[in-house]
Design a protein around this ligand. Structure first.
Ligand SMILES: [Zn+2]
Length: 323
């Protein structure tokens, strides 16, 4: 906010020695109120420590009614920004489908948007990660051309409010590797170590723990993403790939699988993965997260707005104080 605006508004409220006429006063007050209102509307950047609300969607990139309905739900929350958990553009990450699969539903959140569905965001509020379907296109070029993201755009970090976000590229085609000791792995370890944020949220596409039939832990397909996230300081891990919702408490962390963003729905393996607490794939849906310095509340809703799962993480000191 322009500090002068705030000062003026306070003075107008407090009154001044030389009172302007009622009409002039009213006009100024209106002008400043409008300026503040539009500032609030356009301000996606929560200051450090300020509570934030964001959405997370996974495996959504299809032009169909489910994706549209999930997008409607997400937008009804008026989130500060949206994370995606990959597979943003089915089936092959193509430039020919990317705007129809993403921009059609979420253009208002995308910075530097040049698609055909209307205006984008003045400041980017859409933070996707790469999925295997995005990588079907050579070099994931359509994705990298479409979005304007921090860092090298494949893996990156950004901070909002009390949360630092760490987006990884978990696809085997990632040039900097997907092992904990790879260039990307060492980057993450360093970034987590350096971060002073109260909460450190890691997100990527290939869920290391999942009970899904397609890509579940039982298949061994995504074992490569079982990194020492907790040892490196992460607070929580979000991923997708299996088109299910699941909350798993393992390795001293909470892992969410969230792949019900609209493409299709998968089933569960008959034996759930160790630590699985909640499993759902009866309908599509999305996650809403509210984060303050002391707590993070994760809610998963189905596309009709019913709460499927609710989980709160509280800082130990806040819990001890009964806050
Ligand atoms: Zn996938």
């Amino acid at each position: 906010m322009d500090e002068r605006e705030a000062v003026t508004v306070v003075r107008l409220r407090a009154g001044t020695a030389r009172q302007p006429s009622f009409f002039v006063h009213w006009k100024r007050a209106l002008r400043h109120s409008l300026a503040l209102f539009f500032y609030a509307l356009n301000c996606p950047l929560a200051a450090v420590g300020q509570p934030i609300t964001f959405a997370a969607i996974g495996d959504f990139g299809s032009d169909n009614i489910s994706t549209k309905q999930v997008a409607g739900l997400v937008k009804s929350w008026r989130p500060d920004f949206i994370l995606t958990l990959g597979d943003n553009n089915y089936p092959s990450g193509s430039a020919a489908t990317i705007d129809r699969n993403i921009g059609q539903f979420y253009h208002e959140f995308i910075g530097g948007y040049h698609g055909r569905y209307g205006a984008g965001a003045a400041t980017n509020r859409f933070f996707p990660c790469l999925g295997n379907h995005d990588w079907v296109a050579d070099g994931a070029k359509p994705y990298l051309d479409y979005f304007t993201l921090p860092g090298n755009e494949r893996y990156y970090t950004f901070r909002r409010g009390s949360v630092e976000f760490f987006c990884l590229d978990s696809d085997a085609k990632e040039p900097d590797g997907t092992a904990p000791g790879s260039v990307q792995g060492r980057w993450l370890q360093q970034q987590l170590t350096n971060s002073t944020a109260p909460w450190k949220l890691v997100y990527f596409h290939h869920a290391p723990f999942t009970s899904g039939t397609q890509h579940g832990t039982h298949t061994g397909e995504t074992k490569r993403m079982d990194w020492p996230f907790r040892d490196w300081g992460a607070s929580v891990v979000l991923a997708g790939h299996d088109h299910i919702y699941e909350r798993i408490h393992t390795n001293g962390l909470v892992y969410f699988v969230n792949g019900l963003g609209g493409d299709s729905r998968d089933k569960f393996h008959r034996v759930p993965v160790a630590g699985s607490v909640k499993r759902y794939s009866a309908d599509f849906g999305a996650m809403r997260v509210q984060a303050s310095e002391k707590a993070m509340l994760f809610l998963f809703f189905n596309r009709h707005g019913s709460v499927v799962d609710s989980y709160q993480m509280v800082k130990p000191e806040a819990a001890a104080a009964g806050k």
